[in-house]
Design a protein. Structure first.
Length: 178
């Protein structure tokens, strides 16, 4: 990978490449990013789920920011975890990284809107269930995770060492969220 980072849009096409001095990349919902050290990949999550994958030997990895659990009717739509996570795995493999070295971390899946907290409508919980299903099928364990709850998160994934810093966002007024 000659670029420091490559961000793919919801269709899987490279949307932007980060080179040289700027090492910070912000991931929008439905995007996937591959990067190498010293890049820092950041994103904001509510009910969405992000997965960070890191290869500590090659100091490469990536992140996906998926909005919804299941596959979409539009082939290849990366807003859906069912498509985004395998796409991320393939993109990191394409850098020459060995999946046996990968360290995976997952975040998000919060129930941030009161009106969707009824059974079957909690998008965050459905995203978490789909994440666990895909990781089980692919045979990848999570090294760590911060999933669920009622508050959004701000993430910063450092490719220099694989650390992911998580900051919980303020809870909505009147919800009792800390």
């Amino acid at each position: 990978m000659s670029a420091l980072a490559v961000v793919y849009d919801t269709s899987g096409f490279p949307r932007r490449r980060v080179r040289g001095g700027r090492s910070e990349v912000h991931l929008m919902p439905g995007e996937v990013c591959t990067a190498r050290a010293p890049a820092v990949v950041g994103t904001l999550l509510g009910s969405c789920v992000a997965v960070a994958v890191y290869d500590p030997v090659g100091r490469v990895g990536g992140m996906c920011h998926a909005m919804l659990p299941g596959a979409s009717p539009r082939h290849g739509d990366l807003r859906h975890l069912e498509r985004a996570l395998p796409f991320l795995f393939d993109a990191i493999r394409a850098t020459g990284s060995d999946p046996r070295r990968w360290v995976l971390k997952a975040f998000g899946g919060a129930a941030v809107i009161d009106t969707i907290r009824s059974p079957g409508w909690d998008v965050g919980e459905r995203n978490i269930e789909k994440l666990r299903e895909i990781l089980g099928r692919e045979g990848f364990p999570l090294a760590s995770c911060d999933l669920g709850g009622t508050r959004g998160r701000r993430l910063r994934f450092h490719l220099a060492d694989g650390l992911v810093f998580v900051r919980l966002l303020k809870g909505p007024e009147g919800t009792g969220a800390p």
